[in-house]
Write a protein that binds this ligand. Sequence first.
Ligand SMILES: [Zn+2]
Length: 142
Amino acid sequence: MTIHPSELIVPGPTPTGESEKFWAGCRDGELLLQFCERCEHWVFYPRTVCPHCWSDRLDWRRAAGTGSVRSFTVVHKPGHPGWAVAAPYVVAVIDLAEGPTMLTALVGVEPAGVRVGLPVAVRFETVGEFVLPFFAPVPPTA
Ligand SMILES: [Zn+2]
């Protein structure tokens, strides 16, 4: 099985002062990451200080939204009952093109079709009152 986001009735994220802009980007169909203007590293997850050089000169920039699967697992028994409709589904760590990693769920692919190194691209999906960034294989396999 694979995830069909419109079927999910699951708890959404809790936007904070640091992550508000990230979630707003998702609503606009943009994957926004922080970029450190001092050391020029991209930063994810959102925070107030660069983890590379401790500068607070973090700006928001649009990321390509592409990457590859660094690692993944197949979830058979979700931690929340709302995800049961999608199980078994794939949760993956994505190496984003800009460098940071992002923990996400894959859509548009069966678990058997996932491998380390699989090229993926972000796919924004509405789940309840949120737009969430999932990733799907490119080119699509399902
Ligand atoms: Zn920095």
